[in-house]
Design a binder for this molecule. Structure first.
Ligand SMILES: CC(C)(COP(=O)(O)OP(=O)(O)OC[C@H]1O[C@@H](n2cnc3c(N)ncnc32)[C@H](O)[C@@H]1OP(=O)(O)O)[C@@H](O)C(=O)NCCC(=O)NCCS
Length: 154
């Protein structure tokens, strides 16, 4: 395995759509990925193995103004993370997540959060192992399931 992490470029889209369709019941469209790329290119990371795209992570920083202490609170929303099915359990998801944590810290975020299908036991387990805790629940967040909100303080 010669894993290499880099920023997304538009030529990656074909392979990303393929992985996305194999990973989720309601895959993002090309426009969904392009929207994230065009509005926040730094938060779109691609994993390459032997010159092939094998995974990706999409995140963005959200800032809210806290009246309580007149400060800005930044958190990072991990909007998408997937690894090609035949390349899973080899540490690539971990590497992508670690890169997102570095990005979030660089941008001053205090936590990283995400939504995951209640039925997606392996992803919930993956995030739990990384120290994420369940912080909430969104009813009918997906067309086919509810979402658990998981978060990690960084
Ligand atoms: C969730 C996901 C991104 C994890 O990616 P991954 O590359 O398989 O993750 P890792 O290999 O880093 O870790 C996953 C597991 O493999 C294990 N592992 C890591 N390196 C390993 C190695 N060299 N050999 C064997 N197992 C290994 C990890 O300990 C972990 O163990 P677990 O199965 O008991 O939880 C991947 O399963 C995926 O794409 N799922 C579909 C999309 C999805 O659900 N995304 C999350 C939506 S919120």
């Amino acid at each position: 395995m010669t894993l290499f992490l880099r920023k997304f470029c538009e030529g990656d889209l074909g392979k990303i759509i393929e992985i996305e369709k194999a990973s989720f019941p309601d895959p993002w469209s090309r426009n969904g990925f392009l929207y994230h790329y065009r509005t926040n290119p730094q938060g779109f990371i691609v994993a390459e193995d032997g010159g092939e795209v094998v995974g990706y992570a999409v995140a963005r920083i959200e800032a809210t103004f806290e009246l309580r202490n007149l400060s800005i609170y930044r958190r990072c929303h991990l909007a998408n993370l997937a690894v090609e099915p035949k390349k899973r359990k080899m540490g690539m998801g971990t590497k992508l997540l670690e890169e997102i944590l570095r990005y979030a810290r660089r941008k001053g975020a205090k936590e990283v959060y995400l939504e995951v299908r209640t039925k997606n036991a392996s992803a919930r387990r993956f995030y739990e192992k990384k120290g994420f805790i369940e912080k909430g629940f969104k009813k009918r967040y997906y067309s086919d399931d509810d979402a658990v909100i998981m978060a990690l303080t960084i």
